[in-house]
Design a protein around this ligand. Structure first.
Ligand code: NG1
Length: 459
């Protein structure tokens, strides 16, 4: 059991009661939870094999569940916005249309079926509840995948930490989530499963490794939702997938330079392999290699094809699919600059947290936002205004968090200033800039524990 100790027992009991009513269930259903996450620094580095520094939140997705003997999986949500669904478990579960929330449950079931070679395809009843806003950059979707996986582990008679370690489950679910169509890295699943109350979590990939890093005593992490919705399973899918696709092309071009300069046998799967692969290059060596590979800001498709001695069609087929080509070429120089500088910032932020140096952490967050916006093109006018308003309101650092294009920002604020900060950001961003009159979607993020099952005696 690794549930957040502050999970309110009464809300869990309510969920259990509701489950019994919904499914006419006479026993005591189990409940599992998977927290959301907020990323402090390290954006779009994960799928490039470079580290990230997120923390798990106290807010979570919770699922009351009971396994069944037949193959039907019924999914209901306490929030009426999400339609009830039933699907048949089996060797190849067809996805629902993109954007359908049940795909996150299907992704987990299918991933575990493959991993454990399940042939019985058991069913289960699920009732989902969450105090985590959806599509706000807090990873509610991966929380749904992880919570579904915990429920399904019970259905197939497997035990977390005995039959599968937390790190293994994180890696498995990172690729299982590709089922929904996004080619994400493994940050979300890793921190959701391995988070620890009071700590951020530095995560390295391929293979997944985690290191808990203490948060600052005298500063709080404030999350501000820009209110711009990013449904990554829907419209934002292509915008997000441009990241992994262009990274694959950049990797092929870097591999070619590395072959010419170091060793003809060098093979790179991702940009992180430059540092951690057989070459083990230093930051300076990688910077120089990148500068020699990407001499101009834009890379025209034809030029990439000439360099790689292949056709533009095969570049599309192998790496970038149908991404539209900008007239000035793909901005690989800037994108790779973001990745290598963001890698350094993650390591420096970890060191600054360990040293208890808020000014250094804040400066790195500000730099990260500039790099996300100017070099990786994942900001938006609202996120730029919101982060600047946050700095003016007293944040020592402010940046977008998560995939970008909308969603939330993360801000480091001295604890003594948190109320003033919230008042100021309410006035400047929500009331004045957005003309928004409702309750402002701002909260103080506390680092919670990773996913787990809740005690059956709750309530
Ligand atoms: P969110 O913000 O949860 O959509 C996505 C990816 C992460 C990572 C970040 C950007 C998924 C499930 N998550 O997160 O792996 O690449 O963007 O840093 O695709």
């Amino acid at each position: 059991m690794n549930g957040d100790v502050n999970e309110t027992m009464s809300s869990i009991q309510l969920l259990r009661d509701r489950f019994c009513k919904t499914y006419a269930y006479a026993g005591v259903p189990e409940v599992c939870r998977a927290p959301g996450r907020v990323n402090l620094i390290g954006e779009h580095t994960d799928y490039n094999g470079l580290p990230v520094l997120p923390m798990a939140l106290r807010q979570s997705v919770r699922i009351a569940f009971a396994p069944k003997k037949n193959r039907l999986i019924q999914v209901r949500n306490a929030n009426p916005r999400y339609a009830d669904a039933t699907f048949q478990n089996g060797p190849d579960i067809p996805p629902s249309p993109p954007g359908d929330w049940t795909n996150y449950c299907k992704a987990a079931v299918q991933g575990l079926n493959v991993h454990f070679g399940v042939r019985s395809y058991p069913g289960m009843d699920l009732l989902v509840d969450a105090d985590l806003p959806a599509a706000a950059g807090l990873s509610s979707s991966s929380a749904m995948v992880v919570a579904s996986s915990l429920a399904y582990l019970r259905a197939i008679g497997k035990t977390l930490e005995k039959d599968i370690s937390r790190l293994e489950l994180a890696a498995l679910l990172a690729s299982a989530e590709h089922y929904v169509g996004t080619r994400g890295g493994g940050m979300d699943q890793a921190v959701i499963i391995n988070g620890k109350a009071g700590y951020a979590c530095k995560i390295d990939f391929f293979p997944v490794r985690t290191e808990h890093v203490p948060l600052l005593d005298d500063h709080v992490i404030v999350v501000c939702d820009s209110t711009v919705r990013v449904e990554k399973s829907g419209d934002a899918l292509h915008a997000y997938n441009a990241g992994p696709r262009l990274s694959r092309l950049a990797t092929a071009l870097l591999e070619q330079t590395a072959k010419a300069e170091f060793d003809d046998g060098v093979q790179l799967e991702r940009i992180g392999d430059l540092y951690f692969g057989p070459l083990c290059l230093t930051h300076l060596e990688v910077t120089e290699l990148c500068e020699r590979t990407f001499v101009k800001p834009g890379m025209i498709l034809q030029e990439a094809a000439t360099r790689l001695q292949c056709t533009t069609e095969s570049i599309r087929e192998r790496w970038i699919g149908d991404l539209p080509e900008p007239s000035e070429g793909f901005p690989l120089q800037a994108r790779v600059r973001h990745l290598r500088t963001e890698f350094r910032r993650v390591e420096e932020a970890r060191d600054a947290l360990q040293a208890g140096d808020p000014a250094a952490v804040g400066a790195l967050m500000d730099e990260s936002h500039r790099s996300c916006a100017g070099d990786y093109f994942i900001s938006s006018p609202e996120l730029d205004v919101l982060t600047q308003a946050a700095r003016n309101a007293g944040a020592v650092g402010a940046r977008l968090t998560g995939a970008g294009f909308g969603g939330a920002t993360v801000n480091l604020v001295p604890t003594t200033e948190k109320d003033t900060f919230i008042e100021r950001i309410t006035a400047s961003y929500y009331r004045r800039y957005l003309d928004f009159n409702g309750n402002v979607p701002v909260f103080i993020a506390e680092a919670g524990d990773g996913a787990g099952y809740l005690p059956s005696s709750a309530g």
